[in-house]
Design a protein. Sequence first.
Length: 227
Amino acid sequence: MDALKIESEEWKNLENVLEEMIPCYDDINSRMTFGMDKKWRKILAYESNNKNIVVEIGSGPGTLAMLLKAKKIFCVDPSEKMHKIAMERIKQAKISLEKFEFITSPAEKIPIDDNVADFVCSAFAFRDFYDKKKALTEIYRILKNDGKFMILDIAKHNNIYGTLIYNYIKHIAPIITGSDAPKMLAKTYNAFGTLEYYADIMKEIGFRSVKIKFLNFRTIFILSAEK
Ligand SMILES: C[S@@+](CC[C@H](N)C(=O)[O-])C[C@H]1O[C@@H](n2cnc3c(N)ncnc32)[C@H](O)[C@@H]1O
């Protein structure tokens, strides 16, 4: 499969699986990563400190959004259901909803003006975008000059190590989590490109200071860049 695009039927299936996962989303994440996902999200959240406008793309049920510290936070996700849950969870956590704005839209067409975001971030969602080049072009457009962008996701390797990660997601994670949802995640992992591939596209779009950082024995990455 093309590392940049997920076909529309496949993407709709993926969205259904993600929506079905909502009630146990955090639990599945936590079991799959042995609780380390929280620590990784905090690295992105730390970047949001003292920022005016932050945009999270693929905000889902708000797991990262709740940790963001900016004055204004735009949560962008194509799923209305995800936004509803995120709002409930933010309220339950007694975080002011006022600073949040929920935008139901895909990363490939973000209804936000040019040059407004101080920081754009995405956690465990980039892999799901159906047209990653288009999404990266949109993210570049909404970023202010000198604004920062960070992606956190599972690292793809086109070697035996990648095969091990794929097998972990497809065969072991369903046992650990007691859910079949990771099997769909294995599909998106398969269709995912390498970090070097996306880093090159980002440079082509105009991003500068494109940096790759691996975490957890190179199974997780943070890709950061500036406009
Ligand atoms: C696994 S959840 C990530 C949730 C959250 N960011 C976190 O910290 O765990 C992935 C999210 O990406 C969203 N998504 C899928 N395709 C997308 C797209 N094309 N543009 C933006 N978000 C997308 C899904 O709706 C889902 O809410």
